[in-house]
Write a protein that binds this ligand. Structure first.
Ligand code: GDP
Ligand code: MG
Length: 208
């Protein structure tokens, strides 16, 4: 039978207009809607993704980049399992500000699992952020890196998939650590029990 994982929570971060809502729309509905209504505050979408024969439930929080909604967003930073940091490859400011987003989140969540996404690759002629600059920043922040566009969906699924895989790996590592600790405690208990039993046996004069 297929094993079901607990829901994984993701959030998008990045300046207004970089394409956060469009990327989620493309990932969930496989389409591009140029008349997507501006996100106000927070919005969320559910999606199920298959990874290695497992169905993983995702909840994706979409944020509005406007300053006035930052105070709402903060409440989500330590509740999510992974973050999609998104910039627009034709807008250098949206790229330069990514580290600020990263530092803000770090105040609330010390163990960020993230993917850096350069969006709008269909607008190659207007590119102002090079692929190398994106790669370098991702390396510095220890994130995965993808360039994508939400018009034809290039790399959109791949970016989400890689983030979810990293989260699952981290969860597995923690699970293994917990199992190791539990085994060690169990081991210690049984060795103490053996010692107690043998000292009791000695006191009772049993030599068996
Ligand atoms: N050419 C192009 N336009 C995009 C792409 N993604 C989003 N857009 C457009 O960029 C604008 C902002 O997109 P939106 O998803 O609302 O950005 P958000 O504010 O970050 O959620 C809209 O006009 C979208 O149609 C893309 O990959 N390529
Ligand atoms: Mg939006």
């Amino acid at each position: 039978m297929e094993e079901e994982e607990k829901e994984i929570k993701l959030i998008t971060l990045g300046n207004s207009e970089v394409g956060k809502s469009s990327i989620i729309n493309q990932f969930v509905f496989k389409n591009f809607d140029k008349d997507l209504i501006n996100t106000i505050g927070m919005d969320s979408k559910n999606y199920e993704i298959k990874i290695d024969d497992k169905t993983i439930k995702l909840k994706i929080w979409d944020t509005a980049g406007q300053e006035r909604f930052r105070s709402i967003q903060k409440h989500y930073y330590n509740k999510v399992d992974g973050i999609l940091f998104i910039y627009d490859i034709t807008n250098k400011t949206s790229f330069d500000i990514i580290e600020q987003w990263y530092n803000e989140v770090k105040n609330y969540n010390d163990n960020i699992i993230g993917v850096l996404i350069g969006n709008k690759t269909d607008l190659e002629d207007n590119r102002t952020v090079t692929t190398e600059q994106g790669q370098e920043l991702a390396k510095k922040l220890n994130f995965a890196f993808y360039e994508c566009n939400s018009v034809d969906g290039e790399n959109v699924h791949e970016a989400f998939e890689s983030l979810v895989k990293m989260i699952l790996e981290e969860k597995n590592k923690n699970k293994n650590k917990e199992t190791d600790t539990a085994l060690k405690i169990e081991d210690k208990r049984s060795s103490e029990q053996r010692q107690n039993e043998s000292s009791r046996d000695r006191k009772e004069g049993c030599v068996c």
